[in-house]
Design a protein around this ligand. Structure first.
Ligand code: GTP
Length: 537
């Protein structure tokens, strides 16, 4: 990627000054305004009915503001009563200390860190996910979440819930939160009643997370919904991503923060096929094409997610058929390998959200992945870097910009570029993500930031689009300004030379992994994922 040189992005593409990266806000110094001393309000003094004011009021004149107010002498304690020195913790302090940091949202029934009764339910596997590292401030889309900044707080695990539209993500999460005691029976009942009244009875559990009116009206998740629960040793932040193809940018914003992901797959007859192959049965499959099962898996891996649990839902619609489960696994596992997921990092779980089956309890073959459920406890992963942890993470990645002393740098969650730019992300090479990497969105130093995954195109010299038909992994080859762009075949591997001069977000992958990954999307499709091999002067 060339950062300098002739830019072939239209100037007006970047003329939008009203959107600033969070980092820009960080660097902006608010002017310090000295508070002016307040003048005593004559009317307030008059309301106080001081002795001096009374005659003035009677005369209809404004009372002069007094210049000093006498402080009443302290009342001595009654005889035999010792004055409290307020030098010991208050009852509230004790309660907060006992809670180990003061989370006010304790689950009513705290799940054990050990596997659930079955040992292998979805919830149990959530409990198996291990995460260590810094606990940064995280920016998720438009909302900022301050998480576990205090010393001694539990390690935070960000768990993204991904998958094709209507795979059952929100339903499963709603039910899980209920079973964990995060949602009271009363609230669950109210949502079920309201959903039924709106003619969407089956969305009762989903409504626990899909709170926006448009989400409820359309029956789909639009923005990433968050929910939080705790186990004795960690705090889990659920990121329920939208599955609809129109909202992949939102999904990217959520997945960019994830330590691990649940990939929901619709196990109902035809459900898996449409999520995997797309509505056209895979005829238009391209890099990241097909349904969002493919696209989400590829993007998640590209964003650095290594730990995955594939949850096959809706098996109640086919008699809990193990053959169906096995067939889905056989079809999906090879694809996940090509995305860069290692078999040892992928767990396979059947679950039925509405009935709450295999969340904490399971039986028979449905014990989530058979023998593998308990064996493959997810391992700690390398440090995450957030807004608050950028510098150290980036320095440890030998990011030359950071080691040069420039503030910031490193991973910027949810960062991205606007249409016409290149949204940073992480990518795979030869269909495989580099091993041992933790990736994510790069950081925009300029005002060009857009939510991660916002539509972007790989512009060719002269403003033409380089990767349209068929989409492709880093397509084409070196081309000059006047040349027509070459298009690579679907799933082809290649080298793309582009101009990212307007975006100061890229570094060679070999120098800074967090800034050396990118994903290209256009027209609502993920066209390519890749790594930056060189930054040309
Ligand atoms: N029979 C059956 N239906 C399910 C199951 N899980 C979800 N559903 C139904 O599938 C529909 C979609 O569920 P959602 O939870 O909204 O799906 P989603 O994946 O969150 O959808 P988006 O967020 O819009 O992508 C609802 O009608 C649910 O009741 C399941 O395990 N079995």
């Amino acid at each position: 990627m060339s950062r300098k040189g002739a830019s072939y992005y239209a100037e007006d593409d970047y003329g939008d000054d009203d959107f600033y990266a969070d980092d820009d806000y960080e660097e902006y110094d608010e002017p310090v305004v000295e508070p002016k001393p307040k003048k005593a309000s004559a009317s307030k003094v008059a309301n106080g009915k001081t002795a001096a004011a009374a005659p003035a009021m009677a005369a209809g004149k404004k009372a002069p503001a007094p210049t000093s107010y006498p402080i009443a002498p302290p009342v001595p304690p009654a005889e035999g009563v010792a004055a409290f020195a307020f030098d010991t913790p208050s009852p509230d302090d004790r309660v907060l200390a006992a809670r180990g940091g003061g989370s006010s949202q304790q689950p009513r029934s705290t799940p054990s860190d050990a596997p659930g009764p079955s040992g292998r339910g979805v919830g149990a596997d959530v409990a198996h996910v291990r995460h260590r590292g810094t606990l940064p401030d995280v920016t998720l889309g438009v909302q900022s979440l301050r998480v576990n900044g205090e010393a001694g707080a539990k390690p935070q695990l960000h768990l993204a819930v991904l998958g094709h539209v209507d795979a059952g993500k929100s339903t499963l999460m709603g039910r899980l939160l209920h079973d964990l005691g995060q949602v009271s029976q009363k609230v669950a009942h109210r949502h079920a009643r309201d959903a039924a009244a709106a003619g969407k009875a089956s969305f009762g559990w989903a409504w626990l997370l899909d709170e926006r009116p448009e989400e409820r009206a359309r029956g789909i998740t639009v923005d990433v919904a968050t929910a939080r629960f705790e186990t004795p040793r960690r705090a889990v932040m659920l990121l329920d991503a939208p599955g609809h193809r129109d909202f992949v940018p939102n999904m990217i914003a959520g997945a960019a923060q994830a330590d691990a992901a649940l990939l929901l797959v619709d196990g109902s007859p035809g459900g898996f096929e449409s999520g995997f192959n797309g509505a056209d049965g895979g005829a238009s499959a391209h890099a990241g094409g097909g349904g969002q099962t493919r696209e989400h898996a590829q993007l998640a891996r590209s964003l650095g997610v290594e730990q995955l649990a594939v949850v096959v839902s809706k098996l109640d619609t086919c008699g809990y058929s193990q053959e169906r489960f096995d067939a889905i696994r056989a079809a999906l596992a090879p694809f996940l390998r090509t995305c860069g997921f290692r078999d040892s990092q992928v767990q396979w779980l059947p679950a039925v959200g509405p009935a709450g089956e295999n969340l904490w309890q399971a039986g028979g073959w449905r014990t989530a992945g058979g023998d593998e459920g308990g064996r493959h406890a997810w391992k700690p992963r390398c440090q995450r870097a957030g807004i608050g942890g950028q510098r150290s993470a980036c320095n440890s990645s030998t990011c030359r910009r950071c080691s040069g002393g420039e503030p910031g740098g490193g991973r910027r969650f949810g960062g991205g570029a606007r249409r016409g730019g290149v949204p940073p992300g992480m990518a795979a090479r030869n269909g495989r993500a580099p091993r041992g990497t933790r990736g994510g969105a790069g950081r925009c130093h300029t005002h060009l930031a857009r939510p991660a995954g916002d539509a972007a195109c790989a512009c060719s010299p002269g403003g033409r689009h380089g990767h349209r038909a068929g989409g492709a992994a880093a397509g084409a080859h070196r081309r000059g300004r006047a040349q027509a762009p070459a298009c690579a075949a679907a799933r082809a591997d290649g080298r793309h030379r582009g101009d990212a001069s307007a975006l100061n977000v890229l570094e060679p992958y070999s120098e800074c992994r967090a800034l050396g990954r990118l994903a290209l999307r256009d027209g609502g499709r993920t066209l390519a994922v890749g790594i930056v091999t060189a930054v040309l002067a």
